[in-house]
Design a protein around this ligand. Sequence first.
Ligand code: FAD
Length: 341
Amino acid sequence: MAAPKVAVVGAGVVGLSTALCIVETCPSCSVTVLSDQFSPSTTSDVAAGMLIPHTYPGTPIHVQKQWFKETFTYLFAISNSAEASEAGIHLVSGWQVFKNTPKEELPFWSDVVLGFRPMSEAELQKFPQHRFGQAFTTLKCDCPPYLLWLEKRLKATGVQMYTRKVADLWELHSEYNIVVNCAGIGAHQLVGDEQLFPVRGQVLKVHAPWVKNFIRDGDGLTYIYPGIHRVTLGGTREKESWSLSPDPGTTKDIFDRCCSLEPSLQGAQDIKVKVGLRPSRWSVRLQREVLSQGGFKLPVVHNYGHGAGGFSVHRGTAKEAARLVGECIAALQGSSSRAKL
Ligand code: FAD
């Protein structure tokens, strides 16, 4: 069989990193990224990009931990290289604080991040409304730079990228041997996945360069994540809301909540409001499927549904998707050599 032609649908963090892993594991593949939107217009551009995992109830914890660990290791190496500032990857230290001591004092990812420990009494004095906290160092992606860095790496390896809205995966069967579906929330319409739903998130990106530590309320709703140029203030989690319009009342509420955690934010300037739809699902859909029509077959690998944690696990799920693409290629090669006999 000639070099397999692989189409990756989607150019968010999942699509771009999956395309990169496919090129790395199958250098003879011809990979094309097709997407109706590229950076800076994807959900991935809106994200805070912090590596603090979200839990997927339908995926075994050891698998989630593996995805997180692979992602952390990959980005840690970038943060420790000359590429760090261009890729927008940096280490950040801070606190996760709780009004009441959580049931699970040691989250599953505590030994992946760096220096995880309970906060001291002295540190907790900064947060008079909170009784318990965890201090650690993790990684943060500044999302648009990271997406552009991934695009640059893909172009350097010869990957083609085209703006194209795919109405049905089957429309690609005559041009490609394998299709990888990384359409994020777009998969709801693209493959009619009723288990996939939006969780709307509104955030503020502000200029407050004196804020150096992250602060996250353990309820996951209020957070302050300093990036290289801007600080992300969040947030909201509105299940089943498809609205991409910023809500002014929510902007004020987010700002007030963040100021109550970090009063110096009263002096923040140049407030920009962003909204994104988290592609949420009981578990990430990471599986092979074979579509068939009129005697023709099209192998598909799905990799979508990363909800609130796409940045935290993207490299791990991309590696698994690339492995599944390898299985599809082996199956295609098996059937083409049988056909020749
Ligand atoms: P997307 O970025 O939405 O990419 C999907 C791509 O598919 C797009 O390019 C789109 O144009 C394309 N597409 C869709 N349908 C079609 C079609 N029919 N034809 C062609 N192309 C199509 N995660 C973290 O780990 N840490 C965080 O701190 C964090 N913060 C967040 C804050 C907010 C406010 C939000 C909204 C999310 C946050 N997330 C965070 C979650 C993270 O953003 C997502 O999990 C991640 O971006 C999903 O990436 P994706 O590539 O699957 O989706």
